[in-house]
Design a binder for this molecule. Structure first.
Ligand SMILES: NC(=O)c1ccc[n+]([C@@H]2O[C@H](COP(=O)([O-])OP(=O)(O)OC[C@H]3O[C@@H](n4cnc5c(N)ncnc54)[C@H](O)[C@@H]3O)[C@@H](O)[C@H]2O)c1
Length: 420
């Protein structure tokens, strides 16, 4: 990292260091300028914290990037479960740590990738930023319960002039930029509505709350107290360890597990910023197996002067609601490879439609590459902490609304959500 690039980044970040609550979608618009070329000589030294399912995907993506010539090195790995720590060490040759704080003490590490469960995200991110590390943190950016976690993450990244990427890898497709620029140029007129979903039915994403690998044992190979960390103290429960997404203390269920992937591209493409009012509904209709979270979750969000947005996540039916953005003069239907813009005949007559095919597809490697490029040139990545804060604001309000049966309103000036 040259002194010049650090100074430039300081200037770029000056705006972000202001009032967190006042920053909205427009602050993001300037963040997506093209990257400067990456110097091939600077090797970014990175550590992965949390080496379970997604942590291993991080290790795979980083290894693929390194093998393709990208200057990155996995130098440390951390997990509180010895079996997984041993496997990550064997896979990478990196130095193992059962306590991630020892990694943060190392001055020779530039960045961390965080794939511990959600209840750890804000704490590790803030400590890492305060220790001078750039952070790639898995979605959801923070735990759903307290919005202050998201605000504290934004503040920590700003005060330390760090780079942060949230692990919503779908945004790495260029389709969102290409579609967003057509919306900005008026291709569908005034945008009034958007929708999306992640619907599943089967083993992937369901997370049986009685899961157990038969090996994990806090008296031998697992630091259960450390795993609980900032969450409520409890006796060892393998179901909570292996299926944390089924319990409110560690996850918001399918709402916060699936919807950051669906919502982040929409918020980015339309420049939505913060929601004005949010409602969450749903229920536990099929999976009455000891889990606390719903098997279907629906969230509706209203943004000032539009649009309204509807998202659904499910564990018990996989018929999806595609990504659609509805404007007064046209409708855009998207999958991850292409957008189709269909005119509203009632307004435009027989105007021709349009198809946008993504120039760049999405992948975890591409999402990491964006992060690492930004680490080098001190630029905000595609799924940065401000976007994460906006998404977490909606999900925080949606889960509280689901639990209480009341809608919530957000005041951007104070950063407060309240029941209405
Ligand atoms: N982007 C994606 O597509 C995607 C996919 C899966 C999971 N995720 C996210 O990744 C995170 C982890 O999910 P998972 O399925 O890999 O869970 P997992 O349980 O398989 O892995 C989490 C690992 O973190 C370890 N851990 C917990 N606390 C720790 C600490 N303080 N220090 C070090 N290690 C710690 C656990 O022992 C465990 O091995 C979640 O937040 C999840 O939402 C993202």
């Amino acid at each position: 990292m040259t002194e010049i690039s650090r100074r430039e980044f300081l200037q770029q970040s000056a705006a972000a260091a202001g009032s967190v609550a006042l920053l909205g979608g427009s602050a993001l618009a300037a963040d997506n300028a093209p990257a400067k070329p990456v110097s091939p000589n600077e090797v970014i030294r990175i550590a992965t914290i949390g080496c379970g399912g997604m942590g291993n995907a991080h290790l795979g993506a980083l290894t693929n990037l390194k093998n393709s010539g990208y200057p990155v090195e996995i130098v440390a790995v951390s997990d509180v479960y010895q079996v997984r720590l041993d496997a990550a060490t064997a896979r990478t040759g990196a130095k193992p740590y059962s306590d991630y704080r020892k990694i943060l003490e190392r001055k020779d590490i530039d960045a961390v990738s965080v794939a511990a469960p959600d209840h750890w995200h804000s704490r590790i991110t803030i400590e890492a930023a305060d220790a001078g590390k750039d952070v790639y943190c898995e979605k959801p950016m923070t735990h759903w319960r307290d919005l202050k976690e998201a605000q504290d993450v934004v503040a920590a990244i700003a005060r330390n002039k760090r780079v942060m990427q949230v692990g919503t890898q779908f945004v790495s497709s260029s389709l969102w930029e290409e579609t967003g620029s057509r919306i900005k140029s008026g291709a569908i007129g005034k945008v009034i509505h958007a929708q999306g979903s992640d619907m599943r039915n089967g083993p992937i994403g369901v997370y049986d709350p009685k899961s157990n690998d038969g090996q994990a044992d806090p008296t031998k190979n697992l630091d259960w107290k450390m795993w609980l960390g900032p969450a409520k103290k409890r006796d060892w429960d393998p179901g909570r360890f292996f299926a944390f997404r089924s319990f409110w203390d560690y996850s918001g269920g399918c709402g916060t597990d699936f919807l950051p992937h669906i919502m982040t591209p929409l918020v980015r493409t339309m420049g939505l910023g913060f929601p004005k009012r949010v409602s969450g509904t749903g229920g536990q209709y099929q999976l009455k197996d000891g889990r606390e979270v719903p098997d279907i979750f629906t969230i509706t969000m209203e943004y000032a002067d539009g649009p309204s947005v509807l998202l659904i996540a499910s564990l018990a039916n996989d018929s999806s609601l595609p990504w659609v953005i509805r404007g007064h003069t046209g409708t855009i239907t998207m999958d991850l490879g292409k957008s189709v813009i269909a005119p509203q005949k009632a307004v435009t007559g027989e105007a021709p439609g349009e198809e946008i095919v993504a120039k760049r597809g999405w992948s975890l490697e591409e999402h990491f590459r964006d992060f690492l490029d930004c680490v080098k040139v001190r630029r905000k990545p595609r799924s940065n902490e401000m976007l994460g804060y906006q998404v977490m604001t909606a999900l925080h309000m949606g889960i509280h609304s689901y639990q209480t049966g009341r809608s919530m309103a957000f005041d951007q000036a104070t950063g407060r959500a309240r029941f209405v």
